[in-house]
Design a protein around this ligand. Sequence first.
Ligand code: ZN
Ligand code: ZN
Length: 85
Amino acid sequence: MDPCHTCNKDILIEELTFAFDRKWHRSCFRCAFCKEILDYEGPVVESDKVYCELCHDILYKPEYYGYMQMMFDLCSSIWKGTYHL
Ligand SMILES: [Zn+2]
Ligand SMILES: [Zn+2]
């Protein structure tokens, strides 16, 4: 059995996560940026690292992050009552 892609240790079958043609411990299959344990759906591989969708967008799609930031600013100004339609 191949070792875990993250820690290079053997994996017991009940801990095995198989994703992107690699094997991982369930607890080693984490986003390289926010360290959240990843689910089977959503993760993205970039430069041989796995990221959750959100971190991937932030790191690799800065224009998307700009949009998120804008929405966030808009929401917080609505919450603070400083935004008027
Ligand atoms: Zn591992
Ligand atoms: Zn993440």
